[in-house]
Design a protein. Structure first.
Lengths: 341, 192
């Protein structure tokens, strides 16, 4: 591993010396603010089995997110901070300082050695999966089981080579998931192949193997979206995660489909249909969820209203009825307002 | 009364100058940015060579030459337009266009048309990228909810295209060879 890192740094520093400075961009400032109301049909906040949108019958906070980006010549940085439950305590399972310390979304530097080849080092949003932490990056306000169980962020160093507008390849070395500094060394290797076979269709084939949730494991992920017509877009996410120690729970497999249709200029309707299964581990049996989420995005300038109805099912009855009895179904309505700037 | 009249006149003048510039429309009802430029000292071949260099060298990252004749150049291109918050901002999208250049001895004309807007969205890494490959014609009338945003997009697009046009005119008026051969001016502090 050390030899590989040394080789990468040596290559980077050599090319750096040859690189020419070009232009300087102004400082970019962007971000978002989001808030929501959720009503669980069984009046039980524990029925939410995926990330965020946790509170029942409450006007609650998402997060304020502020991102800075600057490019000078071929070098650039991105720093993105978030404050609020969505970006802090709800974004990481074992957040330090009482769940209030996790507020860096992105913090990395990038260098474009050529138009085709670039390297990035720091803490980055994960390259795995369809959905992201920022509500601006998702169509649905609630999140999928695949998102909740996959990595949120990866710290590491990665190299990306763009063969053409239709094909690029990324490879990198990473820490374990969702941590600022490695607890088990730079112990994961990951890669991403991007292909864009036809105009409007982009597919990412991702792999990450090493220290992650539940110990060492390997995740293989396909994330793709196709803007088929001006009004209709179809997205797909499928993933498989296997923890090396088969007795440790947390391995999973699943797929989610995201059809979206613009009914008006400012109104788009979308459905998320998901199947997700935790694999059996030791004495813990497998269990499977299915979920359907119907969402609308209503845009007015920088503001997006997101009304959403979500229904979940698991025959092992992990949900609760109003009186507290176990139930195979869960359901909720939420209305979110997201402002992006 | 005289002062009041002068103040009103001043406000009126400021109001006129603050009016936003708009795209003209061509015979097909499409937005067009059209310029005819007198260039008495330059012949057709020189103008054509410089227009080719502009597309293939100066703007090679954002323009692709489509066709060329002995008096014209056609190209496709894109330009990124910005959303500005006081002094800082971020890209809000890109406008694609068709570029046509035609030269005669002593004058030339060029125009940009088929303007399509592709919105950008911030990706998971904090970079602004295109959300779709399908552009929306700038001539489209938006609904009430998006009217303000669309107006900002039109203004940004016009300003960017006007700047592009000015750069093109400047490029065609400049002899690159002469400029490259001209030594950088040095200042001597020994004699004064």
């Amino acid at each position: 591993m050390k030899k590989l890192l040394t080789a990468i740094f040596a290559m980077a520093s050599t090319t750096c010396a040859l690189a020419q400075e070009t232009t300087t961009s102004p400082l970019e400032i962007s971000g978002s603010v989001d808030t929501y109301f959720k009503y669980d049909f069984a009046k039980n906040p524990l029925n939410g089995k995926t990330s965020f949108v946790t509170d029942h019958n409450s006007v609650s906070l998402g997060m304020i997110d502020i991102a800075l980006k600057k490019k000078t010549g071929k070098a650039s940085f991105v720093g993105e901070l978030s404050f609020g439950p969505r970006g802090q305590s709800q974004s990481i399972p074992d957040a330090a300082a009482g769940g209030s310390s996790f507020n860096i979304q992105n913090l990395y530097v990038n260098y474009d050695f050529t138009d085709e080849f670039s390297m990035t080092a720091g803490y980055m949003g994960t390259f795995i999966g369809y959905e992201v932490i920022s509500p601006v990056g998702n169509f649905n306000y609630s999140t999928s089981y695949l998102f909740t169980n996959g990595p949120f962020q990866n710290a590491g160093i990665k190299a990306t080579y763009k063969f053409s507008d239709k094909v690029s390849l990324m490879a990198g070395l990473f820490n374990d998931w969702n941590v600022y500094s490695a607890s088990r060394g730079v112990s994961a290797v990951g890669g991403q192949l991007m292909v864009a076979p036809v105009e409007g269709w982009t597919a990412y084939i991702n792999a990450l193997s090493g220290a992650g949730f539940g110990g060492y494991g390997t995740i293989i992920d396909l994330t793709t979206s196709y803007q088929i017509t001006e009004k209709f877009k179809l997205g797909l996410n499928a993933a498989n995660y296997d923890i090396k120690d088969s007795a440790v729970p947390g391995s999973y497999a699943g797929a989610a489909l995201y059809p979206q249709y613009a009914v008006l200029d400012a109104v788009t309707l979308g459905l998320r249909g998901e199947y997700f299964k935790y694999k059996a581990a030791g004495a813990v049996p497998a269990t499977a969820f299915t979920a359907v989420t119907l969402t609308a995005n209503i845009k007015a300038g920088g503001l997006t209203f997101i009304p959403e109805v979500r229904l979940d099912h698991n025959s092992d009855k992990p949900f609760f009825k109003e009186g507290g009895a176990a139930a195979p179904n869960g359901g909720q309505f939420s209305l979110a307002a997201v402002y992006a700037f | 009364m005289k002062y009041l009249f002068l103040i009103l006149l001043a406000f009126f003048s400021i109001g006129l100058s603050a009016q936003q510039k708009q795209f003209s429309k061509d015979d097909n009802g499409k937005f067009i940015y059209y310029k005819v430029v007198d260039s008495q000292s330059l012949n057709k071949d020189t103008l054509l060579q410089r227009a080719k260099a502009f597309v293939n060298i100066a703007y090679k990252k954002s323009m692709v030459q489509e066709s060329i004749t002995d008096s014209s150049v056609m190209a496709k291109g894109t330009m990124v337009i910005d959303k500005t918050i006081l002094v800082a901002g971020h890209p809000s999208g890109e406008v694609s266009y068709n570029f046509v250049f035609e030269a005669r001895n002593g004058k030339y004309r060029f125009w940009l048309t088929d303007l399509l807007f592709i919105p950008y969205q911030r990706d998971r890494y904090g970079n602004f990228v295109a959300t779709t490959k399908i552009g929306v014609p700038l001539e489209k009338t938006p609904g009430k909810l998006g009217a303000g945003t669309w107006k900002d997009i039109l203004n940004s697009a016009y300003n960017k295209i006007e700047k592009f046009g000015d750069e093109f005119k400047k490029y065609l008026a400049t002899n690159r060879l002469e400029k490259a051969n001209k030594k950088a001016e040095t200042i001597s502090t020994k004699k004064w």
